[in-house]
Design a protein. Structure first.
Ligand code: PGA
Length: 251
């Protein structure tokens, strides 16, 4: 049985004081929630403030990116041990916005996933096709290269520690959601790929989240599909009520 997971990707939103306020509202409204795992991913500068609020609660903390080296002359970068010490248990890796605007590739995703695992952080590894790739009928092959190259060299026991997020780029922040059936076809394909690479026992335990315009009113349809185990939520994670609605709809 895979426990549902809802993760909020705050992107470049919320100063430290705003993060404290939102985290506080979520902690209060979600305090009795135990059917769903919950993670919030504020920007780096708000992690500490959010951590103080959610520490010891049922809300986990994640960062949105890391660099793969542990320390050194890498101006502007943040490492896995830095976010670990500040209280993170997880980190988003390979988000399409990083691939699109910041030169992230499958190779850098792979290095970052390994760095996260080394520090016992759960990598939330994002995969997904762009609109032109979808229109060219390349969804499965793009997702396949993201999975195979992004996870290359990982051992079975490491695969059990990751979460995959399928985020069709054309559905992110656009209000266009993949239909539950459409998303589930890709999720099932991802699980088949993982089965081929690591065996059924491992593949059946990996959580695969959907991301792209998830809202309180479309989460239950998505969750009713066989291979959708939760969601990575952007815009709707920025307000307590909509994020709470999604968490409740996933349980
Ligand atoms: P969205 O973003 O929910 O605003 O579409 C999802 C994401 O980018 O993780």
């Amino acid at each position: 049985m895979r426990k549902p997971l809802i993760a909020g990707n705050w992107k470049m939103n919320k100063t430290a004081s705003q993060a404290e306020e939102l985290a506080g509202a979520l902690k209060d409204k979600l305090k009795n929630e135990n059917k769903v795992d919950i993670i919030i991913c504020p920007p780096f500068t708000s992690l500490e403030a959010a951590c103080k609020v959610v520490k010891g609660s049922n809300i986990g903390l994640g960062a949105q990116n890391i660099y793969w080296e542990e320390e050194g002359a890498y101006t502007g970068e943040i490492s896995a041990p830095m976010i670990k010490e500040i209280g993170c248990q997880s980190v988003i890796i390979g988000h399409s916005e990083r691939r699109q605007f910041f030169g992230e590739t499958n190779e850098t995703v792979n290095r970052k996933v390994k760095a996260a695992l080394k520090f016992d952080l759960t990598p939330l590894v994002c995969v997904g096709e762009r609109l032109e790739e979808k229109e060219a009928g390349r969804t499965f092959s793009v997702v396949e290269s993201h999975i195979k190259e992004g996870l290359t060299g990982l051992k079975k026991e490491e695969i059990l520690k990751i979460v995959v997020a399928y985020e069709p780029v054309w559905a992110i922040g656009t209000g266009k959601t993949a239909t539950p059936q459409e998303a589930n076809e890709v999720h099932s394909h991802i699980r088949r790929l993982l089965t081929g690479l690591y065996g059924e026992e491992v593949a059946s335990r990996v959580r695969i989240l959907y991301g792209g315009s998830v809202k309180p009113d479309n989460i239950s349809g998505l969750m009713s599909e066989t291979d959708i185990d939760g969601a990575l939520v952007g815009g709707a994670s920025l307000q307590a009520d909509s994020f709470v609605g999604i968490v409740q709809g996933a349980g």
